[in-house]
Each structure stands twice: as C-alpha cells, then as structure tokens.
Design a protein around this ligand. Sequence first.
Ligand code: DUC
Ligand code: ZN
Ligand code: ZN
Length: 475
Amino acid sequence: MRFDTIIRNGTVATASDTFVCDIGIRDGRIVALASGLEDATDIIDAAGLFVLPGGIDSHVHLAQPSGEGIVMADDFDTGTRSAAIGGNSTVLAFCMQEKGQTLREALKAYHRKAEDRCHVDVAFHLVITDPTPDVLGQELPALVEDGYTSLKVFMTYEGLRLRDDEILATLDAARRTGALVMVHCENEDAIRYLIGRHEEEGKLAPRYHATTRPIPAEREATHRALSLAEIVDVPIVIVHVSNREAMEEIRRARQRGQKIAGETCPQYLMLTADDLDRDALEGAKYVCSPPPRDKASQQACWEGLEQDVFDLFSSDHCPFRYDDAEGKLNEKGKRHFRWIPNGIPGVATRLPILFSEGVMKGRITLNQFVAQTSTNHAKLYGLYPRKGTIAVGADADITLWDPDKRVRITNDLLAHGADYTPYEGLEVRGWPVRLLVRGRTVMASGAMVAEGTTGIYLPRDRSGLVRQQKPDASV
Ligand code: DUC
Ligand code: ZN
Ligand code: ZN
C-alpha cells in the first residue's frame, strides 16, 4: 500500500487557503496532497466536511496545584480527552514552579503527571514564580535549548506575582535565551486595595470578584508589561485579554513597532460580569481572571479577532468542580469570593464556539479561524511547520469538521472532570466529528476510539516571534 490512510473529497482549509483535495498519510505524516489518490489501508470519506489542521490550544491548565484543599478537576488523562472531543490534537499546558523549587524539579513532576496519560500531544510552558539568578542565569538557558521555549509570569496573585524588577530580569533572560514570555496582566496592589474596601463593606459574594478586578487594573498592567518589554526590547504575549482598553494597548504597541502577540478566550466573547451575579452561589462557576466584563467588551474582543489584533484564541481551560468542597464551593469560597478558585473549563468548547459565533455569523473567515485556533499557536510556540497546518511533511493532525452539525452544548458531551460547563444549553452550528493525531484516529462521532493513549510530549523550537540576542550583545 502506498498510504496508511487517505482522506478523500473534503474541503481543506489552512490559515491561508481553502481548496478541495485528497490527503495521503503515511507513518503519521502527510505525504501527499493531490486529487484522485488511491491505494491505502484506510479510506476516509470527508465529503461535506472541512478538513482542518488539528486544533492547538496553547493555554491549558491541567493537574496544577491550586491552593490548600483545592483540586483541579482535570488531570492529563481527562483534560486531553476533553481536548480531543473538542477537535484539538495538541495542548500546551503550564508547568508551575513552586517557590523554592527548581524548574527542573517542576518539570520532572509534570512529566510524571503526563506520562502515558495523554490522548493528544502536549508541550509545557514554564511558569516562573521564583526568578532567582540561578533560575534565570543557569536553568532557563539550558531548558530553552532542551525545547522549553516559552514561559509565563504573573503580575497578580500573592505568592505568584513578580515585581517589576523581577519581570525585567525575566524579560532580560528571555531576550538572551530566545524564550517567549507570556504575561498575565492585572495590577495586584490595586486588586488588594479593592478587596480591602469590599471587605469593609461586607461585599463578599461571587459577583464582587469582578468589581475587585476592574478594567483599569488590567489596562494598567498591560501597559506596564508592554512598556517593560519595550525597554528590554523583547517580544511578549499578552494572554487572556478581556476588554477594549487592554486590546488597544496591544494595537498601540504594535504601531510603535513592538513585536507583540495577543490572546483572547471564549469567556470574553460569551460571558459577562452578570453571570457572576447568578442566583445563590451559582456565580462561582464563572469566576476567572481577568473576569468576564460587559457586552461592549465582548464586542471589542470580537473586533480584536476580526482585525487580527489577537493572534491566539485559547481556552484558558482551568477547571474546578462547582459542587465540591475541593472546588468552587469550598467552605471558605462559599463565604468569600477571594477563596473561590479562579478558572473555568473550556478546552472542548473553544473550537465550536468560535466556529459557530465567528465563522458562521460572518465575523471571521474560515482561514482566520484556522490561524487563530491552530496555525498561529504553532508558529508562536515553536511547533510550526510540524504542527498547525496541512502540508506535505507535517504531522497528520487533522480535524474533520461538520459545518452543518447543530449541537446543544451540555456538560455530558465534554468528557472533562468538571461537573458543569459555563456554556450549558448554548446552541452551536459546526462540530468536530473526527480527530486524527499523527495519523491515528483518536476521536470519532464524539467518542474516544483509540486504544490506550496516543499523545506524546513535544520539545519545541524557539518562537517565530523571537529574534534571539547573543548573550554578549550590547544593550
Ligand atoms: N490565569 C490563567 O491564565 N488561568 C487561570 C487563572 C489565571 O489567573
Ligand atoms: Zn493568567
Ligand atoms: Zn490560564
């Protein structure tokens, strides 16, 4: 046989083109794009379907330590299962450095959690919470060479946030090593001040999570992160942007000539702060940071996608069970919003929501959809052209997408560990009906079909956005 698999009669869409052709797959890679391909063990008829590069979700939290008594709802098994159900062939998860821990120790722990459990391919971003001279000067350069080429820093959360001098040192290390830095932009001091005021006034319900993390706290931190990156002269990614003011900061930085990537997420298109004000404690389901804003902010985030201010549309899947003493409704969380764990599930619903609300409603093109959910993630995080496109030589990571399938989203479809989805009842048009990971069918018709686990760990190249500076380059 010439091929292991041929996908026939489908409409292939990449970030730049849409065309009809067959795809020949051998040994997990795409080896032919042509019409009339013959001679395969397995022939898949994709008539009426879009044939897309597998989704890449570059912002996913799995099995992450989340505070005393709190347990994240997904490990690498359930999280990557849910990713596959949602049409994703690769996820990039965060490897959180705990204070005092070396990055190598943190990575060892995460590799152990992921090993033999992943249904789709995975890679790790580092989260640097303790940027000692050793971590930045010794560990990071070696780890970047080993394929851990991106890292996240927080400007908020006691115990996680870095001060400006620490951010500068981290950006400087990134500039020297060619790592790409993702920044969580919210002003911790402003948030703490507002929490204090809310406590004095007895305002402790879930809805006050949103009023203690207002837009100016995100806008100020976004501006500061961009300014620090400009001073160091290094690219950064502004993650999970929720509103116009932060989005416009990115646009302005680009106009100044900075190399910046921007990311937004489904929650900022689909939810508002009113969701945090639902009956009783139900609002806890929607607590995430930055919080969902208002209709005008949703509109701004759409504009950011339409005009490509945002390169990335990621889930920020960060799942906790709702009705659970180790989740949203932990004893302290029931009494005070600041103890409700931050984050919502979304790795399975990311693609259907953007396709239905974006492509089907004419806001973005199919090619933008592919770019924002797959190709740009691969390019930014050093996986391209192995991942993120349909081309000869690329991994055969392919999502067959039925544009006409109507689905009412319910939690039982999503195969994640959370006991709810924020999008329960949402009707979408367009759904992934089959997923191939390196040529192997992992999901078909909404069910997992491969025996055992398919996913592997992916070391990565440096980002396409990064121009590495030699360590001896003068500033
Ligand atoms: N930041 C994230 O990126 N995810 C969940 C919580 C947070 O603050
Ligand atoms: Zn964050
Ligand atoms: Zn996140």
